[in-house]
Design a protein around this ligand. Structure first.
Ligand code: HEC
Ligand code: HEC
Ligand code: HEC
Ligand code: HEC
Length: 152
């Protein structure tokens, strides 16, 4: 009996080493994995509340239309109808909540137009594109196009 235990001694040392490794792994894991991880899936469940707690920056076009129905109906009449107001005007939740406290700046048209309409092979062929230098010859895009209703 004694003999056989001595023969297996190196195996006990190996098991002990594995057990120590496992313990270290569990300890480090307990320190590094944040509270709530895994409750709802492979992420920290508290992240939902963290994100929900952030202030909203975009109001959405329905809010804009309540006060700016002229702009909204002009936009709806042309091919920019599906573009959100804040895609061009930037985030304006503060302005929509209280227009007196937070004024809205008018965007400069030309850089905005060029961002979506400069000719680029990567764009779908059906998307209206121009070579700004040839097409506008240095004029501002808004000299000829109305941003909300762009057809000339
Ligand atoms: C509660 C009403 C209200 C809401 C909602 C609102 N606005 Fe306004 N907005 C105003 C008022 C009032 C002014 C200042 C008077 C004016 O020029 O019409 C203004 C001014 C502006 C101006 C500047 C106009 C100019 O000639 O200088 C822009 C651009 C604008 N709003 C865009 C938006 C957009 C985009 C939204 C949606 C995110 C929005 N507004 C939501 C009331 C509102
Ligand atoms: C394609 C980009 C674009 C979109 C989409 C857009 N706007 Fe504008 N908007 C502009 C630009 C550029 C101006 C400034 C025009 C100028 O300088 O004369 C402007 C001007 C305005 C003004 C000032 C008064 C006027 O009519 O010129 C208001 C108010 C306004 N926008 C509200 C809105 C609202 C509300 C929406 C959504 C329903 C919207 N805009 C969608 C680009 C856009
Ligand atoms: C966020 C991207 C975006 C911006 C910014 C934008 N456009 Fe457009 N524009 C579009 C899309 C998308 C279409 C085509 C929609 C469709 O397929 O019906 C379009 C269509 C057009 C058309 C074709 C109109 C027609 O009836 O044939 C013109 C002209 C135009 N835009 C000019 C402008 C000008 C000028 C500006 C700057 C004030 C501008 N666009 C800003 C996305 C944009
Ligand atoms: C001098 C007036 C003028 C200026 C400035 C101008 N455009 Fe145009 N644009 C036109 C006319 C006219 C058309 C319609 C006929 C055509 O397709 O050439 C047009 C058509 C377009 C179209 C539709 C092209 C298509 O294939 O359907 C786009 C997009 C456009 N312009 C964007 C712009 C942009 C972006 C700017 C500013 C860099 C700009 N335009 C400046 C007069 C102008």
């Amino acid at each position: 009996m004694r003999e056989s235990i001595r023969d297996a001694e190196h195996l006990f040392r190996l098991v002990l080493l594995f057990a120590a490794g496992l313990l270290l792994f569990l300890l480090v894991r307990a320190l590094l994995v944040p509270v709530g991880f895994g409750e709802l899936g492979h992420f920290r469940s508290g992240a939902i509340d963290d994100n929900r707690g952030r202030p909203l920056r975009y109001a959405g076009r329905a809010a804009c239309a309540e006060c700016h129905d002229d702009a909204a109906s002009e936009l709806a009449a042309g091919r920019h109808a599906r573009i959100g107001c804040e895609s061009c005007h930037g985030p304006l939740a503060a302005h929509a909540a209280d227009p007196d406290a937070a004024a809205a700046m008018l965007p400069e048209a030309t850089p905005l137009c060029v961002r979506c309409h400069e000719a680029n092979l990567a764009r779908p062929a059906g998307h209206p594109q121009v070579e700004p230098r040839e097409h506008a010859d240095g004029s501002a895009c808004a000299d000829c196009h109305r941003p909300h209703l762009p057809a000339v």
